[in-house]
Design a protein. Sequence first.
Length: 433
Amino acid sequence: MDQPDIFQRIEFQQFRHQRTVDVETVFDPRFLAAGPVRLSPAVGNPVKLARFRKIFDAVGPLKFFFAIFRLGLLTFANRFGIIYEQTPQTGLRIKDERNHMSGHVTIADVANYLGISKTTVSHALSGKRQVSAELRSKVESAVEVLGYRPNFAARMMNTRSSGLVGILVDNLNNLHTMALLEAFRRELSRHSLRMVLASSDRLDDGRALLMEFSNGMVDGILNTLPVLEEREAQELAGGIPLVTYLRHREAPLEIDLAAGIRSAIAHLAELGHRRIAIISIPDHSYDLGATNPCLAAYCMEMEKLGQQLRIFHQEGNTIESGVRLAEEVFASDATAVLAGNDSIAAGLIQWANDHGIHVPGKLSIIGHDDSSVATMISPQLTTLHLPISLLAAHTVQVLMHELNPENPMPSSLKIVPELVIRKSTSSEAAKIQ
């Protein structure tokens, strides 16, 4: 049977493998049963009407229209990047090709899929060269369909940059830490950087994690570990630019915690409170070996009021830590307490609510940080506000200078926590002392 040239040899590309079928295979109902295929870009030639007649006469009307439908669908699939398959069991159907390719998908696979060069695909993905919006859209669609992921090692070799910043934290249970991390993420994204997180509350583990970061996997490091001093952290980082949160030698970021404590105690004293307690927790906002500024300011203010010290120590800084300490605090003669942070304060309030104790009727409570939990609990928490976004922006700007000295180094910054008065403080308990 004579067949027109257009159907003598029809090329299909089955992912990485090229295969050729003749017209009888095209008409075979088991066609495509071997797996998903698409029409090669080289086969998009128009079919002349004169050749339709020859095919029609040779194979009959039913098989002719079946073949035309099949080839039309293949052409449509090729145009829009849609894959379809047919098996004797399922018949003809659209197939999702996403992540179907076995093995690692390379940029060459994306190029072959679209019938363009690897360089063009690279330009469309990197944005380093101008390409049309239509082409970029096609490349992005192909990347999604094929499941292509850029080779991280190859990118680092070409750009000498990972685009990553390592961040060391002591734990992820602290609401302040979580808010700070989110602020870091936003600031780093403005510089097309992403963060890699490592957490450890032990000094030895923190040192080991920092040394892993220093092997070249990240472009820079932000150290927030309270147990790791700046000088040692810099030595462990080697040549990787590092900034220790709040303690950078050239552009320190100072939070005047003492001023915040003084304003909180002044508020309580104005309400009539004198028997004021404080919950002391480990804090990363002052150098190791230095006096806790919150505790020092509290002691001075209590001395001015002629009151004895009421200090509760808590190693944890979570809501659960506050719950564990609550019974001891409420059993004391204190009429007000300065919690170490909002989480501790929320734990005290939760315990009081569970035991039918009124806050602030029994005890006025002041938190620290003004985190999201401050307005989620009842009563809403009076607390000392810290501008987390400003802290993160300053820290990241210092790191950007360390990464590239052409970026300006920000000036030293001093922040005084601002007291935000809500419903967890009143004069009620002070009246019965």
